[in-house]
Design a binder for this molecule. Structure first.
Ligand SMILES: N[C@@H](CCC(=O)N[C@@H](CS)C(=O)NCC(=O)O)C(=O)O
Length: 230
C-alpha cells in the first residue's frame, strides 16, 4: 500500500455486513479509520458515499467509495496482497465461493425473518426454513469445503468471513429466539466450522459483546413484534 493511502470504514457495531469488512481489514493488516454510524441520524458522508442504499458498510479508499459488503471484500482482496487470500485463484472454486456466499445471505435473511416473527406458528415456519437451508449448506460444505474446521487466521477466506459475521453470534441468536440455531447433531460440520472460526483470536476480539448484542436483538425483535401486532 502506498504511503499516502487512506482507508475509512463506515460501519455500525452490530452490523454483520460491516463486521465482515472490519475483519478482512484486520486480518490483512490494513490500517484504517473507523466511523460509527448512528442510524436515525446518518452522516452526510454516508449518504453521499452510498446514495443508492444509504447503508453501512461503505469503504472509502483514497476518496473512492465502495458499497455492499461482498463487493468490498473482493475489492480489498484485489487491492491488498497482504494476509490471507479471500478468494481462490481457480475460477471454478471462486464461482463456488460466490455461490455459497450468496446462499448464506439468503439463509441469514430467513434468520432475520425468524427473529422478527411472532412466537408460535410464524416463528416456527420461519425457523423451519432456516433449518432446511442450514442442512443444504452442510451437504454443500461436505463436497466443497470439507476441511473448513481447520481454519485459522492465515487461511480465512471470503466464505469464512460471511459465515462468522452472520453466525459468530449464534449463542446470542439462540438466547433471543430460545432455539438451537446450529444444531450439532443435525449439522455437525457447520457447528464445528463456526466454533473454529470463533477461536481465531482476531475474530474473538472483534465480535460484539454478548450481552450488548442480546439487548440490541431483543429490542429489534420487540419493535418488529409491536409493529406487526394487529
Ligand atoms: N447488502 C448489504 C446490506 C447492508 C445492510 O443491510 N446494512 C444495514 C446494517 S446491518 C444498514 O446500514 N441499515 C441502515 C438502514 O437500513 O437504514 C451489504 O452486504 O452491505
Amino acid at each position: 500500500m502506498a504511503e499516502e493511502d487512506t482507508v475509512t470504514l463506515y460501519g455500525f457495531w452490530a452490523s454483520p455486513y460491516a463486521k465482515r469488512v472490519e475483519l478482512a481489514l484486520k486480518l490483512k493488516g490494513i490500517p484504517y479509520e473507523y466511523v460509527e454510524e448512528d442510524f436515525p441520524n446518518k452522516s452526510s458522508e454516508l449518504i453521499r458515499y452510498n446514495p443508492v442504499y444509504k447503508k453501512v458498510p461503505v469503504l472509502v479508499h483514497n476518496g473512492k467509495a465502495i458499497s455492499e459488503s461482498l463487493v468490498i471484500l473482493e475489492y480489498i482482496d484485489e487491492t491488498w496482497k497482504t494476509g490471507p487470500k479471500l478468494l481462490p485463484d481457480d475460477p471454478y472454486k471462486r464461482a463456488q465461493v460466490r455461490f455459497w456466499a450468496s446462499f448464506l445471505e439468503q439463509l441469514f435473511g430467513s434468520m432475520l425473518t425468524a427473529l422478527k416473527s411472532s412466537t408460535g406458528e410464524a416463528q416456527h415456519k420461519a425457523f423451519m426454513e432456516v433449518s432446511h437451508k442450514l442442512e443444504l449448506l452442510e451437504e454443500g460444505l461436505k463436497n466443497f469445503y470439507p476441511d473448513c474446521t481447520r481454519i485459522d487466521g492465515a487461511s480465512v477466506g471470503l466464505l469464512d468471513l460471511v459465515m462468522v459475521s452472520m453466525f459468530g453470534g449464534k449463542r446470542v441468536q439462540e438466547e433471543v429466539l430460545g432455539i438451537n440455531v446450529i444444531d450439532h447433531d443435525k449439522t455437525p460440520l457447520l457447528s464445528a466450522w463456526i466454533t473454529a472460526l470463533g477461536d481465531i483470536p482476531l475474530v474473538k476480539e472483534a465480535l460484539p459483546p454478548h450481552d450488548k448484542l442480546v439487548a440490541f436483538l431483543k429490542y429489534i425483535r420487540e419493535n418488529a413484534l409491536k409493529s406487526s401486532a394487529p
